[in-house]
Design a protein around this ligand. Structure first.
Ligand code: BCO
Length: 565
């Protein structure tokens, strides 16, 4: 990667903004549903036009750095140029069409942003996935989604090749690398030769835009499908109040590129406001690098999971007074009041909490400037009508524990997922009366502030990752030492919760060294599925608690972990 202003692709030629004539920013209100909306033409190309007219400052749209001193700075004008080239790569070279599914498994490299916007320009449905995935995870995703294409790097290409023959729908494999690989198209060189002239599709607001894989208690991850409305929602005045971004802001969202938080916090939200997206490559999470980066670059806002803030606070840094940081927001897992207070004392910056899911994006939040109630995740963000409901969908009074529900009838609000793709049964399961039922338990107080309590089911939220116990149990079952296992959530001071496995050993392994076996089983899980799921705690037991029908009582084990029994 060259340290040039434009990075590693040709400089843009003259661009004509197709959807706007510079007549002022498009505006939508909280409840608007325009028939057509497209983030690329309505938002990105708008800011390109503003740049051309000298109505936006000199800050880049994307500012990417790594630990080797490489840097990429792209203006909106360059983003428009490059994403049009990428759109042509997909449609002209690869023959992908509107509605096709494309798996996107990239680390934090600038191409991640190009691919997403190019998909939006062409109507190709992008499916982000974490780079921690292993061959089996990728195989499942490619098969269940019938993906026609995949974009990834050298690291994961061999994993893809090992399963590609089992994915008949997969036609296009695009490699983001400086090297070539047999059977793969070279994204970077195609980008150099493609034309920057492309006509964006006129997408209907409710046409599909993205699919996020999300874990549940049973089975494999579901495909939460979102429409272009997910991007439109970032425009709504109530949503803009969460971060109150300005064109001069530089926002760093640290979420892994596989999650909805990255799409919202690292792309849709900041670019809707015309702000700069800051990215550190950060191939391995390292709080020291985060601290150094916050000192070195003029970052004004930071968005990350609570575990990230906790890990920064754990550093024995002499100072955490970051020179330009003004606002911090966190979401993805529960945050304790004392953690919020500690962050304020150490950094001088308030830590605001938000709440959301892959199905909904951010649904509640303490908006910037709003009174913070430590430990609360704030109030409902319109157009969402968030309520605490019982199991029949009745609204419960304040201060009563129940499920977090978002009203979807008579009107499904813009931003809530369309459905679980190809899964009407699971889609119907999360509907409860007039509400989408999140599976999260909480209360709401008389002022409308929500207070998170935990999951209603067996899903584990470890440092912001949603993990289905069955995914870990299946991985453990492949090891000869495991007769059966039950995987539950267990408290942890840094990660909030971690994965704990209760394991019954097969007779041949009963005399093995337990510490050694623990390490072996952890390594085994890391090798067969995405490593973030591995059990950080392991307990060997002689039997598992079961119902009379033989179903494992995970809730009993979980309650013991949390000292509730
Ligand atoms: O801790 P260990 O070293 O034993 O294991 C770690 C990694 O070292 C290891 N690993 C990672 N990549 C690997 C690998 N091992 C083998 N091969 C690889 N390719 O596996 C373990 C991964 O666990 P981790 O990712 O939790 O660990 P890490 O690196 O300490 O990261 C900490 C966090 C806090 C950065 C990370 O947990 C994180 O990013 N959490 C936030 C997740 C998030 O963004 N959630 C939001 C989801 S969207 C949402 O909730 C809706 C809207 C708000």
């Amino acid at each position: 990667i060259h340290r040039s202003r434009c990075g590693f692709y040709p400089a843009p030629q003259y661009l004509r903004c197709q959807s706007l004539s510079g007549a002022g920013a498009p505006r939508w209100n909280d409840c608007d549903t325009p028939e057509e909306f497209n983030f690329a033409s309505d938002v990105l190309d708008y800011w390109t036009q503003m740049e051309k007219e000298g109505k936006r400052g000199p800050n880049p749209a994307l500012w990417w750095v790594n630990n080797q001193g490489d840097e990429v700075k792209w203006s909106f004008r360059e983003m428009t140029d490059l994403t049009r080239r990428a759109a042509n790569v997909f449609t002209q070279t690869c023959g992908l069409q509107e509605g096709d599914h494309l798996a996107l498994i990239l680390p934090r490299v600038p191409e991640w942003w190009l691919v997403i916007v190019a998909c939006i320009r062409t109507g190709i449905v992008f499916m982000p996935g974490t780079t921690q995935m292993k061959a089996k995870d990728i195989l499942y995703r490619l098969q269940v989604s019938k993906a026609k294409g995949i974009v990834t790097t050298d690291t994961l290409a061999p994993e893809v090749d090992s399963v590609a023959s089992e994915c008949p729908a997969l036609k296009t494999k695009l490699l983001v690398s400086d090297h070539s690989r047999k059977g793969w198209l070279d994204f970077r060189s195609l980008m150099r030769s493609e034309s920057p002239v492309h006509t964006c599709i006129k997408s209907k607001t409710l046409d599909p835009m993205a699919i996020f894989f999300t874990s549940g208690t049973t089975g494999f991850p579901k495909m939460a499908k979102h429409s272009h409305g997910l991007a439109l929602r970032s425009f709504f005045p109530s949503c803009r109040k969460l971060l109150q971004l300005k064109t001069s802001d530089v926002l760093w969202c640290l979420s892994d590129t596989g999650w909805i938080l990255a799409v919202g916090g690292s792309l849709l939200e900041p670019w809707t406001a015309g702000s700069t997206v800051f990215v550190h490559h950060l191939p391995q999470f390292d709080p020291k690098v985060i601290v150094q980066t916050l000192f070195k670059y003029p970052i004004t806002q930071c968005f990350a999971a609570p575990s990230v803030f906790r890990m920064i606070l754990q550093q024995n840094s002499t100072s955490l007074r970051f020179p330009t940081l003004e606002h911090c927001c966190t979401g993805g897992e529960a945050l304790l009041p004392e953690e919020q207070e500690l962050w304020r004392r150490q950094t001088g910056v308030l830590l605001y909490q938000a709440y959301g899911q892959s199905e909904t994006g951010i649904s509640c939040g303490t908006l910037r400037g709003m009174k913070i109630k430590p430990g609360s995740m704030g109030k409902a963000i319109p157009p969402y009508d968030v309520q605490i409901i019982d199991d029949k969908g009745n609204i419960l009074p304040p201060n009563t524990e129940g499920n977090i529900g978002i009203r979807i009838k008579p009107t499904r609000p813009i931003g809530v997922f369309v459905c679980y793709e190809n899964n009407p049964v699971k889609t119907a399961e999360v509907e409860c009366g007039d509400f989408y039922s999140s599976g999260d338990r909480a209360t709401v107080d008389a002022e409308g502030y929500f207070w998170f309590l935990g999951r209603a089911d067996d899903v584990i939220n470890a440092s912001g990752y949603r993990i289905g116990p069955a995914e870990v149990e299946n991985a453990l079952a492949e090891h000869p030492a495991v007769a059966e296992s039950a995987v539950v959530s267990s408290p942890d001071p840094i990660r909030g919760e971690v994965v704990k496995a209760f394991i019954v050993l097969t007779p041949n392994f009963l005399s093995h060294d337990r510490d050694q076996l623990t390490k072996e089983l952890q390594q085994h899980v890391k090798s067969v599925t995405a490593p973030y799921k591995y059990p950080r705690k392991v307990e060997f037991v002689s039997e598992l608690p079961k119902t009379i029908t033989g179903k494992i009582k995970r809730s009993e084990l979980r309650k013991k972990e949390f000292g509730q029994m």
